[in-house]
Unconditional design. Structure first.
Ligand code: RTP
Ligand code: MG
Length: 143
């Protein structure tokens, strides 16, 4: 199995619910290591750039507004099959369809405010990590 890195966001709704620690615990229990982390409040330009692939979608404006509505935690997770592992513990995009015990089932209320983001492929993970973190901010484990 390959050791991968993925990019993750604890979205504004989950930060507002005060469940950053609960979500980080789920990453750790799944064997994912947090190798970079910070709190930011995204600007409109930052959110638009991050979600550029969705620019033409009808929900784009609402998505950018939500993602800039409050602070978020951004992090890099490392582990075996980290991209798929993280998406599995997040659950489906729509929390109504998310399996019980997933982050979105437990902490999200709607597809618009769905608690977490996780990269969906190696290419997007690399792009998203570089979008928010410099090389110096990433701290691979030494023990
Ligand atoms: P994410 O990128 O946030 O991890 O979520 P995802 O891959 O599961 O979903 P994606 O298709 O990439 O959509 C990005 C975010 O846009 C919002 N969305 N709203 N109203 C809608 O139909 C709709 N569809 C997507 C969600 O907040 C989703 O996480
Ligand atoms: Mg996505």
């Amino acid at each position: 199995m390959a050791i991968e890195r993925t990019f993750s966001i604890v979205k504004p709704d989950a930060v507002a619910k005060n469940v950053i620690g609960e979500i980080y615990t789920r990453f750790e229990r799944a064997g994912l290591k947090i190798i970079a982390s910070k709190m930011i409040h995204m600007s409109k330009e930052q959110a638009e750039g991050f979600y550029a692939e969705h620019k033409e979608r009808p929900f784009f404006g609402a998505l950018v507004e939500f993602m800039t509505s409050g602070p978020v935690m951004v992090q890099v997770l490392e582990g075996e099959n980290a991209i798929a592992a993280n998406r599995e513990i997040m659950g489906a995009t729509n929390p109504q369809e998310a399996l019980r015990g997933t982050i979105r089932a437990d902490y999200a209320v709607s597809v618009d405010e769905n608690a977490a983001h996780g990269s969906d492929a190696p290419e997007s993970a690399a792009r998203e990590i570089a979008y928010f973190f410099s090389d110096e901010e990433i701290c691979p484990r030494t023990r």
